[in-house]
Design a protein around this ligand. Structure first.
Ligand SMILES: *Cc1c(COP(=O)(O)O)cnc(C)c1O
Length: 372
């Protein structure tokens, strides 16, 4: 059997093991230690000087952001429908109500016009939303000027889910630095990984201190263990942070490699009437995954199973949250776009360490399928 071609796999830079060894030598095998502090500082520097809390996952980061913003039971929180469930699960952890908003065609991310319609309608119903979670899906920055304009106008805090968008930028400014909070993920399939991990970012240092406090069981300043608030065990380990430090050293290269994969697919497949999402002016995508739209005559699942028979992993685009059995009862503001994307799209193998030969194979099999 030929070696499996994965959708997105880890790609170590080389220095990770050095930072892990340092942790072992100093016996910092815990959710505290110098790799954590250094990882936070280095990530903060990469993101133009923002404050960072290193956490156990991106989902944990969203959970803490919502808690710090004071989200309570039955509050409404607006969320992109076209995303991964990690974006909106934390809303439900808090007993709050997700309100889903559809995408717009130039970025596939939250439609700012529909966002306004949604907010006005919720206010008319006496249910002013308490927060907005906007996602940069597949690394493509959302229309941040327009979304932030609406958020400011109605004075609603904004959480930016940049889990897939480390290294992406909008009008020269890095994703993860726009919102009241930014969220990153270092899960194994993301552009850089700590094997599992995440981060919360904010320009508000007090909020980041609060996040670190909540992430370590909300322990009061006392010799004994005393708690005045409910805490969480959400801190990143010093070992994982060591992996993160090594990965951060190569982030720019990983962005370049992922963007090259996109360009190669574009050259190879756009003549076969496959549609690619191009970058609107001012949008710089890390191209975490190359996601394409297929002509109507192509059945996505047949294509996926054909490629699977060649030991190539591909995947439909994210199934929108309003179509998920567990979320379908929640309010949804639709323009049908995310339904169409889900029905007609596929994600292609996009690892930064995908070889030229492997990518060529994917392109050849895609063409073979399209031509038959
Ligand atoms: C991966 C991901 C998350 C969650 O991150 P984890 O670290 O896996 O918890 C949230 N939102 C989006 C869009 C993601 O892709």
């Amino acid at each position: 059997m030929t070696e499996r071609i994965y959708l997105s796999k880890p790609h170590m830079g080389g220095e990770e093991i050095k930072f892990i060894n340092e942790a072992f030598e100093a016996n910092w095998i815990s959710p505290a230690g110098p790799n954590i502090t250094n990882f936070e500082n280095e990530l903060g520097q990469y993101l133009d000087g923002i404050n960072v809390a290193a956490l156990s996952s991106g989902t944990a980061a969203i959970h803490l952001a919502l808690i710090i913003l004071g989200i309570q039971r039955n509050d409404e929180v607006i969320c992109s429908t076209f995303t991964f469930s990690g974006t909106c699960n934390p809303i439900v952890y808090l007993g709050a109500v997700p309100v889903f908003v559809d995408s717009e065609p130039s970025t596939w991310n939250m439609d700012p016009v529909l966002l306004r319609t949604c907010i006005e309608d919720r206010i008319a119903k006496g249910r002013k939303p308490k927060a907005i979670i906007a996602v940069h899906l597949y690394g493509m920055p959302a229309k941040m000027d327009e979304i932030m304009q609406v958020a400011h106008e109605f004075n609603i805090p904004l959480i930016e889910d940049a889990a897939e968008a480390l290294g992406s930028a909008y009008k020269g400014k890095k994703c993860g630095t726009f919102g009241d909070f930014g969220v990153l993920s270092f899960n194994g399939n993301k552009i850089i990984t700590t094997s599992g991990g995440g981060a919360l970012t904010s320009h508000n240092q007090d909020w980041i201190e609060k996040a670190k406090f909540l992430a370590t069981q909300a322990r009061d300043k006392a010799v004994h263990y005393q708690h005045s608030e409910i805490g969480y065990n959400y801190r990143l380990s010093n070992i994982c942070a060591g992996i993160g430090r090594g990965q951060l050293q190569v982030i720019e290269n990983r962005v370049e490699l992922r963007r090259n994969k996109f360009d190669t697919y574009f050259k190879g497949l756009s003549p076969n009437s496959i549609q690619f999402l191009t970058e609107p002016d001012g949008h710089f995508s890390n191209r975490w995954l190359t996601a394409v739209l297929l002509p109507k005559r192509i059945n996505v699942y047949e294509l996926i199973s054909f490629l699977e028979s060649k030991n190539i992993e591909t995947r439909p685009l994210w199934k929108p949250m309003h179509l998920q059995p567990i979320f379908h009862q929640y309010p949804f503001y639709s323009n049908s776009l995310s339904n169409n994307l889900f029905e007609g799209g596929v994600c292609l193998p996009s690892s930064s360490n995908l070889t030229i030969g492997e990518q060529d194979k994917v392109i050849q099999f895609m063409k073979e399928f399209m031509e038959n």
